[in-house]
Design a protein around this ligand. Structure first.
Ligand code: PLP
Length: 229
Protein backbone atom coordinates (compact mmCIF):
# COMPACT_ATOMS: atom_id res chain seq x y z
CA UNK A 1 0.00 0.00 0.00
CA UNK A 2 1.30 3.52 -0.79
CA UNK A 3 2.07 6.00 1.93
CA UNK A 4 -0.74 8.22 0.68
CA UNK A 5 -3.21 5.34 0.97
CA UNK A 6 -1.93 4.60 4.48
CA UNK A 7 -2.22 8.23 5.48
CA UNK A 8 -5.80 8.38 4.25
CA UNK A 9 -6.68 5.21 6.13
CA UNK A 10 -5.08 6.59 9.24
CA UNK A 11 -7.13 9.80 9.03
CA UNK A 12 -10.35 7.82 8.58
CA UNK A 13 -9.38 5.87 11.71
CA UNK A 14 -8.87 9.11 13.66
CA UNK A 15 -12.17 10.50 12.33
CA UNK A 16 -13.96 7.37 13.58
CA UNK A 17 -12.20 7.50 16.94
CA UNK A 18 -12.85 11.21 17.48
CA UNK A 19 -16.46 10.99 16.34
CA UNK A 20 -17.00 8.02 18.66
CA UNK A 21 -15.64 9.95 21.62
CA UNK A 22 -18.02 12.85 21.12
CA UNK A 23 -21.06 10.78 20.17
CA UNK A 24 -21.12 11.62 16.49
CA UNK A 25 -21.59 9.32 13.50
CA UNK A 26 -18.31 9.19 11.52
CA UNK A 27 -20.43 9.01 8.35
CA UNK A 28 -21.43 12.63 8.98
CA UNK A 29 -17.83 13.75 8.54
CA UNK A 30 -16.36 13.95 5.02
CA UNK A 31 -12.68 14.08 4.22
CA UNK A 32 -11.31 16.41 1.56
CA UNK A 33 -7.75 15.84 0.32
CA UNK A 34 -6.10 19.24 -0.06
CA UNK A 35 -3.76 18.73 -2.99
CA UNK A 36 -2.58 22.31 -3.67
CA UNK A 37 1.00 22.49 -5.03
CA UNK A 38 1.15 18.68 -5.25
CA UNK A 39 1.77 16.89 -8.57
CA UNK A 40 -0.97 15.06 -10.45
CA UNK A 41 0.67 11.69 -9.70
CA UNK A 42 -0.10 12.19 -6.01
CA UNK A 43 -3.74 13.11 -6.67
CA UNK A 44 -4.11 9.96 -8.75
CA UNK A 45 -2.56 7.91 -5.97
CA UNK A 46 -5.12 9.32 -3.57
CA UNK A 47 -7.84 8.64 -6.15
CA UNK A 48 -6.72 5.01 -6.37
CA UNK A 49 -6.97 4.86 -2.58
CA UNK A 50 -10.63 5.85 -2.87
CA UNK A 51 -10.42 9.63 -2.48
CA UNK A 52 -12.97 11.50 -4.60
CA UNK A 53 -12.92 15.00 -3.12
CA UNK A 54 -9.96 17.33 -3.62
CA UNK A 55 -9.31 20.89 -2.48
CA UNK A 56 -7.19 23.42 -4.36
CA UNK A 57 -6.45 27.08 -3.65
CA UNK A 58 -5.32 28.37 -7.03
CA UNK A 59 -7.92 28.61 -9.77
CA UNK A 60 -5.75 27.87 -12.81
CA UNK A 61 -3.91 24.99 -11.12
CA UNK A 62 -7.23 23.51 -10.07
CA UNK A 63 -8.79 23.81 -13.52
CA UNK A 64 -5.74 22.10 -15.06
CA UNK A 65 -5.83 19.27 -12.51
CA UNK A 66 -9.57 18.82 -13.00
CA UNK A 67 -8.95 17.83 -16.62
CA UNK A 68 -6.60 15.05 -15.53
CA UNK A 69 -8.84 13.56 -12.87
CA UNK A 70 -11.43 10.86 -13.61
CA UNK A 71 -14.95 12.24 -14.05
CA UNK A 72 -16.25 10.97 -10.71
CA UNK A 73 -13.77 13.06 -8.73
CA UNK A 74 -14.58 16.60 -7.57
CA UNK A 75 -12.40 19.61 -6.96
CA UNK A 76 -13.55 22.40 -4.68
CA UNK A 77 -11.92 25.80 -4.43
CA UNK A 78 -10.75 26.59 -0.89
CA UNK A 79 -8.45 29.55 -1.53
CA UNK A 80 -9.32 33.23 -1.66
CA UNK A 81 -11.07 34.05 -4.94
CA UNK A 82 -10.03 37.23 -6.73
CA UNK A 83 -12.74 38.83 -8.81
CA UNK A 84 -10.76 38.53 -12.05
CA UNK A 85 -10.74 34.75 -11.57
CA UNK A 86 -14.49 34.43 -11.05
CA UNK A 87 -15.28 33.64 -14.68
CA UNK A 88 -12.82 30.77 -14.75
CA UNK A 89 -14.07 29.41 -11.42
CA UNK A 90 -17.82 29.27 -11.91
CA UNK A 91 -18.86 25.91 -13.31
CA UNK A 92 -15.40 24.42 -12.87
CA UNK A 93 -15.74 23.55 -9.17
CA UNK A 94 -18.44 21.48 -7.51
CA UNK A 95 -18.25 24.03 -4.70
CA UNK A 96 -16.50 27.36 -4.13
CA UNK A 97 -15.79 27.28 -0.39
CA UNK A 98 -14.14 30.65 -0.06
CA UNK A 99 -16.83 33.22 -0.81
CA UNK A 100 -15.92 36.04 1.54
CA UNK A 101 -17.69 39.15 0.26
CA UNK A 102 -20.98 40.29 -1.19
CA UNK A 103 -19.10 41.61 -4.19
CA UNK A 104 -17.61 38.23 -5.09
CA UNK A 105 -20.97 36.51 -4.54
CA UNK A 106 -22.60 38.92 -7.00
CA UNK A 107 -19.90 38.17 -9.57
CA UNK A 108 -20.33 34.41 -9.14
CA UNK A 109 -24.10 34.77 -9.46
CA UNK A 110 -23.76 36.87 -12.65
CA UNK A 111 -21.42 34.36 -14.26
CA UNK A 112 -23.57 31.39 -13.21
CA UNK A 113 -26.59 33.14 -14.75
CA UNK A 114 -24.63 33.62 -17.99
CA UNK A 115 -23.77 29.91 -18.03
CA UNK A 116 -27.30 28.92 -17.01
CA UNK A 117 -26.13 26.98 -13.96
CA UNK A 118 -26.46 27.12 -10.19
CA UNK A 119 -23.08 27.28 -8.44
CA UNK A 120 -22.75 25.71 -4.99
CA UNK A 121 -20.79 27.83 -2.56
CA UNK A 122 -19.83 28.06 1.09
CA UNK A 123 -19.53 31.36 2.91
CA UNK A 124 -16.16 31.82 4.57
CA UNK A 125 -16.32 33.50 7.95
CA UNK A 126 -13.35 35.00 9.72
CA UNK A 127 -13.20 33.58 13.23
CA UNK A 128 -9.71 34.72 14.09
CA UNK A 129 -8.03 38.03 14.79
CA UNK A 130 -5.23 37.27 12.34
CA UNK A 131 -4.87 40.03 9.75
CA UNK A 132 -4.00 37.65 6.93
CA UNK A 133 -7.18 35.56 7.19
CA UNK A 134 -9.95 36.15 4.71
CA UNK A 135 -13.64 35.71 5.33
CA UNK A 136 -16.59 37.82 6.39
CA UNK A 137 -15.44 39.59 9.51
CA UNK A 138 -18.07 40.33 12.11
CA UNK A 139 -21.49 38.77 12.44
CA UNK A 140 -23.30 41.97 11.51
CA UNK A 141 -21.54 42.19 8.15
CA UNK A 142 -22.07 38.47 7.57
CA UNK A 143 -25.80 38.51 8.33
CA UNK A 144 -26.31 41.66 6.23
CA UNK A 145 -24.61 40.03 3.26
CA UNK A 146 -26.17 36.62 3.67
CA UNK A 147 -29.61 38.13 3.21
CA UNK A 148 -28.80 39.25 -0.31
CA UNK A 149 -26.76 36.14 -1.14
CA UNK A 150 -29.56 33.76 -0.12
CA UNK A 151 -31.84 35.55 -2.58
CA UNK A 152 -29.47 35.04 -5.52
CA UNK A 153 -31.00 32.59 -7.95
CA UNK A 154 -27.83 31.16 -9.47
CA UNK A 155 -26.03 30.54 -6.21
CA UNK A 156 -26.80 27.77 -3.74
CA UNK A 157 -25.32 28.34 -0.29
CA UNK A 158 -24.47 24.92 1.14
CA UNK A 159 -22.88 26.01 4.39
CA UNK A 160 -19.97 27.75 6.06
CA UNK A 161 -16.20 27.49 6.07
CA UNK A 162 -13.58 28.83 8.44
CA UNK A 163 -9.86 28.65 9.09
CA UNK A 164 -8.76 28.61 12.71
CA UNK A 165 -5.81 30.75 13.80
CA UNK A 166 -2.37 29.12 13.61
CA UNK A 167 -1.68 29.03 17.33
CA UNK A 168 -0.72 26.37 19.85
CA UNK A 169 -3.45 27.26 22.33
CA UNK A 170 -6.17 24.66 21.79
CA UNK A 171 -8.71 26.86 23.54
CA UNK A 172 -8.34 29.61 20.96
CA UNK A 173 -8.69 27.13 18.08
CA UNK A 174 -11.76 25.58 19.69
CA UNK A 175 -13.30 29.02 20.18
CA UNK A 176 -12.85 29.80 16.51
CA UNK A 177 -14.62 26.58 15.43
CA UNK A 178 -17.43 26.96 17.94
CA UNK A 179 -18.01 30.53 16.77
CA UNK A 180 -18.35 29.30 13.18
CA UNK A 181 -20.73 26.56 14.33
CA UNK A 182 -22.90 29.12 16.16
CA UNK A 183 -23.13 31.35 13.08
CA UNK A 184 -24.00 28.22 11.06
CA UNK A 185 -26.81 27.28 13.49
CA UNK A 186 -28.14 30.84 13.50
CA UNK A 187 -28.13 30.92 9.71
CA UNK A 188 -30.10 27.65 9.62
CA UNK A 189 -32.65 29.13 12.02
CA UNK A 190 -33.13 32.22 9.89
CA UNK A 191 -33.29 30.21 6.63
CA UNK A 192 -34.94 26.92 7.60
CA UNK A 193 -35.61 25.99 3.97
CA UNK A 194 -32.08 26.52 2.71
CA UNK A 195 -30.10 23.28 2.16
CA UNK A 196 -27.40 24.20 4.66
CA UNK A 197 -25.50 21.03 5.52
CA UNK A 198 -21.78 21.73 5.24
CA UNK A 199 -19.61 23.02 8.03
CA UNK A 200 -16.09 23.02 6.60
CA UNK A 201 -13.58 23.32 9.44
CA UNK A 202 -10.31 21.70 10.41
CA UNK A 203 -6.93 21.09 8.74
CA UNK A 204 -4.07 18.67 9.44
CA UNK A 205 -3.17 20.30 12.74
CA UNK A 206 -6.62 20.82 14.17
CA UNK A 207 -9.21 18.55 12.54
CA UNK A 208 -9.82 16.54 15.71
CA UNK A 209 -10.90 19.72 17.50
CA UNK A 210 -13.01 20.68 14.48
CA UNK A 211 -14.81 17.32 14.58
CA UNK A 212 -15.52 17.80 18.28
CA UNK A 213 -16.95 21.23 17.45
CA UNK A 214 -19.27 19.90 14.75
CA UNK A 215 -17.36 19.95 11.44
CA UNK A 216 -19.03 17.94 8.65
CA UNK A 217 -16.12 18.38 6.23
CA UNK A 218 -12.43 18.48 7.13
CA UNK A 219 -9.76 19.74 4.72
CA UNK A 220 -6.54 17.79 5.14
CA UNK A 221 -3.40 18.41 3.10
CA UNK A 222 -0.02 17.73 4.67
CA UNK A 223 -1.17 14.74 6.73
CA UNK A 224 -2.09 13.02 3.44
CA UNK A 225 0.49 14.31 0.95
CA UNK A 226 3.36 15.43 3.19
CA UNK A 227 4.49 18.98 3.93
CA UNK A 228 4.51 21.59 1.21
CA UNK A 229 7.78 23.29 0.32
C1 PLP B 1 -3.84 24.44 2.73
C2 PLP B 1 -5.19 24.46 3.27
C3 PLP B 1 -5.69 23.36 4.01
C4 PLP B 1 -4.88 22.13 4.34
O1 PLP B 1 -3.83 22.45 5.21
P1 PLP B 1 -2.93 21.29 5.90
O2 PLP B 1 -2.45 21.96 7.13
O3 PLP B 1 -1.87 20.97 4.94
O4 PLP B 1 -3.82 20.15 6.18
C5 PLP B 1 -7.00 23.43 4.47
N1 PLP B 1 -7.78 24.51 4.23
C6 PLP B 1 -7.34 25.58 3.54
C7 PLP B 1 -8.25 26.73 3.31
C8 PLP B 1 -6.04 25.59 3.06
O5 PLP B 1 -5.60 26.67 2.38
Amino acid sequence: MSTIAENIQNIYRIIAETAGKCGRNPKDISLMAVSKTKPMSMLLEAYDAGMRLFGENRVQEAVDKRKELPADAEIQLIGHLQSNKTKLSVGNFSCIQSVDSLKIARKINDQALTLGIVQDILLEVKTSEEEAKSGFSGEALYFDSVKEIMAMENIQVKGLMTIAPFVDDEKIIRQSFSQCRLIFEKTKEIYPHAPLSVLSMGMSGDYRIAIEEGATLIRVGSSIFGTRS
